[in-house]
Design a protein around this ligand. Structure first.
Ligand code: ADP
Ligand code: MG
Length: 224
């Protein structure tokens, strides 16, 4: 490359790669592909949760231009199913209910997508289509052992809707999962994420997905 090692930036997901980058006296950003390997990568200059969190401007490089008002448009993905019972913590502990989908039904999709805070549109077949912000991951504050999907519909409902079909179009990313020193700071941050999602979903780029056939089509008739 005909460049000084010190002006090279290495982006690596393996321990061997991080070690090699350090040995060459290059700057190294570690992006762990195995979440629990983070400790072994601490010799990197920076550890980011996923490639979505790379900030080239921190390294004197031009910043990515695809972020819009604190959000990153992503290749949309669509999941849905009946709302199941979760840990019962959302509304009780946080005052923020999350309509859980069965993580087992989506284990492939879940392993493909990095943990973090996402947003998009949520459809409840008999009620309507709502703005939605959600956490995917292990909820570091509660140290869950299972990766879960926690969609918070940005709407006040008068009642629960367990068992109802919930469909999600996930179209944007906000930030990685994080831990918080207190419950209050966690709650404040979730509300802030809600405001970011609420505002972003009015942008034409994101608003368009409200009309996704996946959300607006009725459920297929049961043949049985
Ligand atoms: P659980 O742990 O069983 O998911 P929560 O305390 O997270 O319990 O409450 C979630 C339930 O609350 C949802 O399954 C849904 O029936 C109901 N609910 C009411 N309002 C909302 C909302 N705005 N967003 C998500 N779920 C809601
Ligand atoms: Mg919940």
């Amino acid at each position: 490359m005909n460049t000084e090692p010190s002006s090279c930036l290495v982006i690596e997901d393996s321990v061997a790669g991080v070690t090699a980058g350090n040995a060459a006296e290059m700057e190294v950003i570690a992006v762990p592909s195995i979440p629990k390997q983070v400790d072994k990568l601490s010799s990197a200059s920076e550890v980011v949760n996923s490639l979505l969190d790379l900030q080239p401007e921190k390294w004197g490089l031009p910043q990515f231009e695809d972020w819009i008002e604190g959000t990153l448009p992503i290749e949309p993905w669509y999941i849905g199913g009946p709302v199941i019972k979760g840990f019962g913590r959302g509304s009780k502990v946080l005052g923020i209910p999350t309509a859980n989908l069965s993580a087992e039904s989506f284990s492939d999709i879940l392993s493909e997508h990095t943990s973090g805070v996402y947003f998009g549109w949520a459809a409840l077949s008999t009620r309507g289509i709502y703005k939605m912000v959600m956490n995917i991951g292990w909820n570091p504050y509660f140290a869950n052992t299972e990766k879960t999907i926690e969609p918070w519909l940005l709407h006040e409902f008068d009642e629960d809707f367990y068992g109802e079909e919930l469909r999600l179009a996930i179209i944007g990313y906000i930030k990685p999962e994080a831990n918080f020193p207190s419950l209050e700071s966690l709650i404040a941050r979730i509300h802030e994420d809600g405001r970011i999602a609420e505002k972003a979903l009015d942008l034409p780029l994101y608003a368009a997905y409200r009309d996704s056939p996946y959300l607006t089509n009725p459920l297929p008739e049961s043949n049985s």
